[in-house]
Design a protein around this ligand. Sequence first.
Ligand code: NDP
Length: 454
Amino acid sequence: MPLKSVNPATGKLIKEFSEMSKNEVEEIISSADAAFRRWKEYDPEHRCELMKKAGNQLLKEKERYAETITNEMGKPIAQSVAEVEKCAWVCDYYAENAANFLADEIIETDATESYVSFEPLGVILAVMPWNFPFWQVFRFAAPALTAGNGAVLKHASNVSMCALAIEEVFAKAGFPENLFRTLLVASSSVKNIIDNDLIKAATLTGSEFAGSMVASECGGKLKKTVLELGGSDPFIVLNDAELVEAASVGVKARIINNGQSCIAAKRFIVAEEIYDEFMELFIKNMKGLKVGNPMEKDCDLGPIAREDLLAELEMQVKKSTEMGAAILTGGKRLNREGFFMEPTILEGVKKGMPAYEEEIFGPVASVIKIRNVEEAIKIANDTSFGLGASIWTKDIEKAKLLARKIDSGSVFINGMVKSDPRLPFGGIKKSGYGRELSHYGMKEFVNIKTVWIK
Ligand code: NDP
C-alpha cells in the first residue's frame, strides 16, 4: 500500500510514496549505524556546530518547509512558520548547551577519582505523529544527535513529504551521510525495525495504542523507550481569575494546531461564581474564530488532518450529547470540501462521556462547572492521562499549592501549557513516560556510565 499525502483542506491527493522494502530498510539502518560509529568519535563541540547549521538551514527555507507542513496536515500557515522557527530554536539550544550537558560529572567517593560520563547508545528509532510534523521530530533529534547517536525516522504515513524534508535539513546542514534517515514505511513494519539489533532504543509520540505496541515490542527486546502520548489537560478557572485573559488564552489553548495537540486545553473546569461571565467571553471568542483555508495568513482554524480522525471526533461529540452534554456552539462538520470541524463548546460534560474520558483531538472544548477548589482538583485528576494542566487565579501561592496536587508532567499558572527547549516535557499515567527537552531529555538516550579509579 502506498503512503498517501492528502491535503486536508481540500481532500485531494497531493502525492503517493511507495513503501520501502524490508531490504531497503535494513540497508538504511546499517548505513545509519556505520555513520553513528564515526559520529560518536566527533568532539561534542563539532556536533554542536553542525546542529547550529541545521537550525540555520531551517530558517533559510522556513517558508518552503511551512508550506509542506500546511499542505500535508492543514495547520494555519502562520503556525507552520512558527513551528519551523521553534525547531531552529531547539537546534540552537542544544548547539549552545549540549557540550555542557555531556561534560563528565565528577562525584566524590572512596575512589581517588570517580565520575559519570554520558555516551551515545547508537541508532535510535523515532516513531512520530503528523500533528507537529517538524517539531516532534526535532525535539527528539536535536538532543539525540548532538549526544552522538544516529536516528531513523518512521513518520506518520500522511506526512511523508515532511519526513523527507527533515532528512534534507540534516543533509544540507552537512551532517554525515546516513546519520539521520527517513524510513517510508507503514506502522506494520515497525516491529521488524525494532527487532533489528542495530536499533538500540525507540521514542514514540502518538496515541496510547501505538505507544503500548512500540513499548511492548521494545520490552520484548529489552530496548529502552520514551513515550509521549495523549492528554486531556484541565484548564481550571477559579473564582478570582482574570477572566478576559483566561477566556482569550483558553480559546487559543484549545484550538491551536486545529485543536490537535497533546497539550491543548481540553477540559475547562470553571468555578460556579464566575461561570456565566467566563462562558459569555469564551463563547464569543470561539464564535469569532476565522475558520477556513489554512494557507491564508489570518486563518485561526484549519481542517482536521485526516477524514477518519474527523469522523471519530464527530462521533465523540455525538455520543457525549446523547449522554446529556449540551452544544453551546458548533457541533458538526462544516459543509464544504476538506475535513473541517466547527469550533465547538460542550457544556455539562460528565464522567462516562467521551468528552470527559477520551482525548478530544479537534476544536471541541468540554466545560465542567465546579463548586469549589477541591472539586476542581478532583475532576482535573479524574482522567487516565497526566500530561499538562493550566490553573487561572490571582492567588499565586494558592496556585503553587494546587500545582502539587495535580497529577501531570507540567502545570502552567495563568498561562497555556507549551513546550520550551529549556524545560522538561512529558507526562505521567497514560500520557507516557520519560522526558524530552532540557538536560533531562538529552540524558534519555545516553549510557550514563560510572568510572571509578582506585
Ligand atoms: P497514531 O498513534 O496511530 O500515530 C502516531 C505514529 O504511530 C504514526 O507514525 C503511526 O504510523 C505510528 N503507529 C500507529 N500504530 C502503530 C503500531 N501499531 N505500531 C507502531 N507504530 C504505530 O495516531 P493517529 O494518527 O491514528 O491519531 C489517533 C489519536 O492519537 C488522535 O486522535 C490523538 O488522540 C492521538 N495522537 C496524539 C498525538 C500526540 O501528540 N500525543 C499525536 C497524534 C495522535 P502510521 O501513520 O503509519 O499509522
